[in-house]
Design a protein around this ligand. Structure first.
Ligand code: F6P
Length: 363
């Protein structure tokens, strides 16, 4: 007889296309192959604080492979170790980790499967160290998690951004303008790099390579002189000038990571227009990159990662995360992913290829 009779599953952090495909893979394998009961926790760790969960039937996880978002809901604010509670105008922090542990005990599950980005996995790793049996699946459109070569959701975000760049291309050409497309990614430039290359961006600006505005202006002017009276700039929300800083869109006080980036394209656009005299417009893609159906690549990846997570549960390999290494799905300690962001190396082969075809990185 199997020892594990039931598992709980949660999705935390910003939503990400493919999360439902992971939930489906985990729950279906648990139900079909192991005859286990599956409990879905609502809104990430928030549900383990408030005691909000429900039993997931087979029918709940059937038909969700292609559906965007997460059927369980999510939160990028609920850190049980430092939970922000508003007291009038003041924000107080409470340690509610014991409540979470008590609720997991109350659920009587053998293991908690956590689908999350660095914030959720950092919290999960702390619970694992306190003895909670946890298995993880890495999730973020930003592709900036350590311990895995790639995360699900990234391919979808890149496809959406690439389509936007393609569309902006024709209007830039028609109006002889500079068009700037600003993409997400926090402090990592993966989305800008991949979508920029796929969409043939003339200038790609990523956080890892601070830009020199003069170099950008020269590139736009050179193109104009060569008869290309338009330019496409793809910029990551976390990009910054050599002598300047990132642009902050919003501070979310009760979130463990309070800074939300966004808006750098407006500053850059003004500089380019003032220096070149060429009309410049900007498009901020924002949360469009996180919404809607995952690409086939992400559906496949999510299914492989979800079923691998269940293999880890079966093997009692707690404290591990399903991860991608080359073309294999493997397991690495959750700790690896909780160890800060994975940035684009400045000598990444794709940067080299892009440079070889004349793409400017603003340096
Ligand atoms: O981590 C995913 C992400 O979409 C980042 O690219 C972006 O900076 C951030 O989340 C936005 O967070 P929010 O949904 O709180 O605006």
């Amino acid at each position: 007889m199997r020892k594990n009779k039931s598992i709980a599953i949660l999705s935390g952090g910003g939503d990400c296309p493919g999360t439902n495909a992971v939930i489906r893979a985990v729950a279906k394998k648990a139900i079909i192959q192991f005859g286990m009961e599956v409990i879905g926790i609502e809104d990430g760790y928030e549900g383990l604080i408030s005691g909000n969960w429900r039993k997931l039937q087979y029918s709940d996880v059937s038909g969700i492979l292609t559906v965007g978002g997460t059927i369980l809901g999510t939160s990028n604010k609920a850190d049980p170790f430092r939970y922000g509670v508003e007291k009038g105008k003041k924000l107080e922090y409470r340690d509610l980790s014991k409540t979470v542990i008590a609720n997991i005990k109350k659920l009587g599950v053998e293991c908690l499967v956590c689908i999350g980005g660095d914030g959720t996995l950092f919290v999960s790793n702390r619970f694992h160290k306190l003895g909670v049996p946890i298995v993880a699946v890495p999730k973020t459109i930003d592709n900036d998690l350590r311990g895995t070569d790639v995360t699900f959701g990234f391919d979808t975000a890149v496809s959406i951004a690439t389509e936007a760049i393609d569309r902006v291309h024709t209007t830039a050409q028609s109006h002889h303008r500079v068009m700037i497309v600003e993409v997400m990614g926090r402090t990592a430039g993966w989305i800008a790099l991949y979508a920029g290359v796929a969409g043939g961006g003339d200038i790609i600006l990523i956080p890892e390579i601070p830009y020199n505005i003069e170099v950008i202006v020269r590139k736009v002017k050179d193109r104009y002189r060569m008869g290309k009276r338009f330019s496409i700039v793809v910029i990551s929300e976390g990009a910054k000038p050599k002598d300047g800083d990132v642009v902050i869109r919003q501070i979310v006080k009760n979130s463990p990571e309070q800074v939300r980036l966004g808006g750098i394209s407006f500053m850059l656009g003004k500089h380019i227009e003032d220096a070149t005299g060429i009309e410049t417009r900007q498009v901020i893609l924002g949360h469009l990159q996180r919404g809607g159906t995952p690409t086939p690549t992400d559906r496949v990846l999510a299914t492989r990662l979800g079923t691998k997570a269940m293999e880890l549960v079966e093997a009692g390999q707690y404290g591990y995360m399903a991860a991608v290494k080359g073309s294999d799905i493997t397991a690495v300690p959750i700790e690896e992913a909780a160890n800060g962001p994975r940035n684009v190396p400045v000598d990444h082969p794709l940067i080299m290829s892009a440079r070889a075809v004349g793409t400017c990185f603003g340096d």
